[in-house]
Design a binder for this molecule. Sequence first.
Ligand SMILES: NC(=O)c1ccc[n+]([C@@H]2O[C@H](COP(=O)([O-])OP(=O)(O)OC[C@H]3O[C@@H](n4cnc5c(N)ncnc54)[C@H](OP(=O)(O)O)[C@@H]3O)[C@@H](O)[C@H]2O)c1
Length: 252
Amino acid sequence: MAYNPFSLEGKTILVTGASSGIGRGIAAECSKMGAKMVINGRNVERLNETMSMLEGEGHVAIAADLSKQEDIDSLVAQCPAINGVVHSAGIPKICGVKHIERSLLEEIVNVNEIAPILLTSGLLKKKKLQKKSSIIFIASISGVCVANVGEAPYSTTKGGLAGFTKGAAYELAAQGTRVNTICPALVPTSILGLSNEMFSEQQLKDTMYGRYPLKRVGTPEDIANGAIYLLSDASSWVTGINLIIDGGYTLV
Ligand SMILES: NC(=O)c1ccc[n+]([C@@H]2O[C@H](COP(=O)([O-])OP(=O)(O)OC[C@H]3O[C@@H](n4cnc5c(N)ncnc54)[C@H](OP(=O)(O)O)[C@@H]3O)[C@@H](O)[C@H]2O)c1
């Protein structure tokens, strides 16, 4: 077989948020590159749908609500030895700064920031991450590169992940573990309340495409290709970065 530095053959990868959108796309594309997948989400039916989209054998689905510590612990306990983890689970909260309340902030920080950090910590503590593992946080251009009205709480969590990435990448480099963040721009998924049924191709073109120098919004596969790079041996000298995948959005 021809040498392919982007191959994921022989690697087992955990993807959270794999029951939908970007996480589902990452799981599907990684399986095409030869990885065995451990997929997580809350919704068992949609998690099983993702399972049916995976190529190859030996994949595992583990349902867990990552807002709860006992579920994080249970996911860690059930997780086989892995070579990489992609933290894609996340929620949006649109709220103006003067209307932010403790409950809203605690909810979004808990799911988007605390959960992936504690899951990472748990996987390390229980030695589930093998030598030369790759850890990826799905952050956003929001909070790392750009801002939008009403997105300050969401941006807080994504900027926090980018900060954690730097610290963890430096600390874990000693054991050969790499830690990186992917910052996508707009990918129409259920997180935005957008779907192809709700927005026609023409509506997307009229309202959004013009803001993207490459003239389209993203797809889960666009983000998955970045994840494949960061999970594969092709990126073995890459750690602590924010990989911006945005169709050129942050150029202007
Ligand atoms: N779409 C975009 O434009 C965009 C842009 C930048 C960054 N992002 C980031 O990309 C990531 C994926 O978003 P998406 O667009 O794919 O959204 P999505 O389609 O709504 O998927 C979100 C996923 O997160 C999971 N999730 C949410 N809360 C959870 C919890 N408490 N425990 C376990 N899983 C939970 C959901 O699982 P269940 O449905 O099973 O509950 C679902 O699989 C998020 O971190 C988001 O912030 C998205």
